[in-house]
Design a protein around this ligand. Structure first.
Ligand code: O2Y
Ligand code: MN
Length: 573
């Protein structure tokens, strides 16, 4: 890689505090980062990206398998030869005048049977400092690797940050990732979406486990009994908020513990349960909207040792974003690096601005978040984001039915995003942008996993985003979601009553604990109604997506769909 990129020097990262200080000083000297007020925000720094480099770029993200068919119809594909050739040209001499950093890292608790090792080469100090938080990085990772050759080879370079020369390429068959031309988030922190999900999902299929876009949380009841839940939601649906939920006043005896907010690696444990670990060591959370009501635990987490990216920099060297608190009267410098006041048209913080913070600093972090064997999962949740159709919550009938429900989850576009409202986008298991191989084979792998788990979790579907005709949310969300989680736990323990419908089990009237709480008149009925006509139309719409998957779609998916249709036609709701 040195011969290709021709850096002036190479630095092997050991992960020490001294190294962090050295790299921070270096990045401050070049303007790459700014030190924030160390009394108010100790250990915190600020970074602004190139304004054209502020989010993952799915159209520039490729799965480079030898056969195009193996990447499947939902991924962009490039042949490995073309990808190595094209990116090789961009990497050539790209680190002249720069330092090449070699970052060994572990995803998952060190020594855990779930853990995987990667080595990321990068010319970005910002990336090194982020990886230092998001992964277990440095000497410990190198020791963990020992003399084994088993690690994911990750090459990253900023090059000239030109979006026309930006490519994020995954070579699952070579256990390799090459990413060039971006210095932001999921494009550049290669342990995260690239390794932990795209390469991870491929390795999971090969080795018999699952890499999923899921948060993991624990619920402790007043008697000290624990249940763990893993939940998949499409991006930007509040996963971090749910993972750090604060119980409402009526449920103060309960505690919610955070294990992870974005990614879960799931394996069958020695005890026959499905065990989950969070492969990450930090949170790369979206800043706008994070405040002391929406997520007090996140706010407490980011008071120290945090990197803030693309938020507003205030003159007192603290930070602000839309939805944190009232706009600062004194203004500041916005995410584009321009002077900003509350009267400015441009936002102060970019909508995808982020904080990178160590998970261990979270007040709700689970005492078991680094258990090498992982935590036992009682329930899996698939979440859609749609204004109508699915009840607030329902329980699926079996693992195969749950897999079908996960495979068909969807979000609806809002007018702000596309100009069109209500366009349904399928996002199977919330993995559409993150599955490293053919989606049909991925569904088949889910079904196979079901046969291997002796004590499988129950699978549920939720939609927190149901609205009335005026577009008002029917369910308040946030901490109140605990009521729904507790109904699920009740189902797992056999104590919560349910009504069997064509689509699955919905809460029996009175079985969802609504104490100290009121909804709009009629909201509860709407939230639990199963509209037969709408479901029959939904089946038709699912077929468009299934047709796209083609002949690798497992028969069991179509079978589950036919069974649903039969139940709807036979029983109605
Ligand atoms: O835009 C980016 O690069 C970040 S996207 C992201 C970050 C943290 C967790 N999840 C996501 C996502 O897109 O799902
Ligand atoms: Mn995510």
């Amino acid at each position: 890689m040195e011969a290709l990129c021709r850096p002036d020097k190479t630095h092997w990262c050991d992960g020490s505090e001294a190294e962090k200080d050295l790299l921070t000083r270096e990045a401050v000297s070049t303007g790459e980062i700014t030190i924030l007020d160390q009394k108010k925000l100790p250990g915190c720094v600020y970074h602004r990206s190139d304004p054209q480099d502020v989010a993952r770029t799915e159209d520039l993200t490729f799965i480079c398998t030898r056969s195009k068919e193996d990447a499947g119809p939902t991924n962009h594909w490039m042949s490995p030869a073309d990808a190595y050739g094209k990116l090789g040209e961009i990497f050539k001499d790209s680190m002249k005048g720069r330092t090449m950093y070699v970052v060994p890292f572990v995803m998952g608790p060190i020594g855990s049977p779930h853990a995987k090792i990667g080595v990321q080469i990068t010319d970005s100090i910002y990336v090194v400092l982020n990886n230092r938080i998001m992964t277990r990085m440095g000497k410990a990772a190198l020791e963990s690797l020992g003399s084994s050759g088993e690690f994911t080879r990750c090459l990253h370079g900023k090059a000239d940050l030109n979006p026309k020369r930006r490519f994020i390429c995954h070579f699952p068959e070579d256990n390799t990732i090459w990413s060039v031309g971006s210095n932001y988030g999921g494009n550049a922190l290669l342990g995260k979406k690239c390794l932990a999900l795209r390469i991870g999902s491929y390795l999971g299929k090969k080795e018999g486990w699952l890499a999923e876009h899921m948060l993991i949380l624990g619920i402790e009841d007043p008697a000290g009994k624990f249940h763990y839940v893993a939940a998949a939601f499409p991006s930007q649906c509040g996963k971090t908020n749910l993972a750090m939920l604060v119980p409402p006043a009526a449920f103060r005896g309960y505690k919610v513990w955070t294990v992870g907010d974005d990614i879960a690696w799931l394996r069958v444990g020695k005890d026959g349960t499905l065990r989950a670990v969070n492969p990450e060591a930090g949170f790369f959370g979206v800043a706008p909207g994070t405040n002391k009501t929406s997520n007090p635990n996140a706010l407490a987490t980011i008071q120290k040792n945090t990197i803030f990216t693309n938020v507003l920099l205030k003159p007192d060297k603290t930070v602000w974003w839309e939805g944190l608190e009232a706009p600062p009267a004194e203004g500041g410098i916005n995410w584009r690096g321009e002077a900003w006041t509350p009267a400015s048209k441009e936002k102060g913080a970019h909508p995808n601005s982020r904080f990178t913070a160590p998970a261990g600093q979270c007040p709700s972090i689970s005492p078991h978040w680094e258990d090498p064997e992982g935590v036992p999962i009682s329930a899996i949740i698939f979440g859609g984001r749609r204004a109508s159709l699915a009840p607030l919550v329902y329980e699926t009938l079996s693992w195969a039915h749950g897999t079908y429900v996960g495979a068909t989850i969807a979000s609806e576009t809002t007018s702000a995003a596309t100009g069109k409202t209500g366009v349904v986008r399928r996002d199977p298991m919330a993995m559409l942008p993150f599955c490293g191989y053919h989606m049909g084979d991925y569904f088949a792998h889910w079904l196979e996993m079901g046969d291997k788990i002796q004590r499988p979790p129950k699978i549920f579907h939720v939609d927190w985003f149901r609205t009335d005709e005026e577009g008002n949310y029917l369910w308040p969300g946030f901490g109140e979601n605990l009521r729904v989680l507790l109904w699920m736990i009740g189902r797992v323990e056999g104590t919560a009553k349910a009504r069997k419908t064509a689509i699955g089990y919905v809460p029996e009237t009175g079985s969802l604990d609504l104490s100290g709480f009121s909804l709009r008149p009629g909201a509860l009925e709407t939230l639990f109604k199963v509209d037969r006509g709408a479901w029959l139309k939904e089946i038709e719409s699912q077929n468009e997506f299934f047709d796209k998957i083609g002949d690798r779609l497992p028969q069991a998916m179509k079978r589950e769909q036919s069974k649903l249709k039969e139940r709807l036609e036979r029983d109605g709701a």
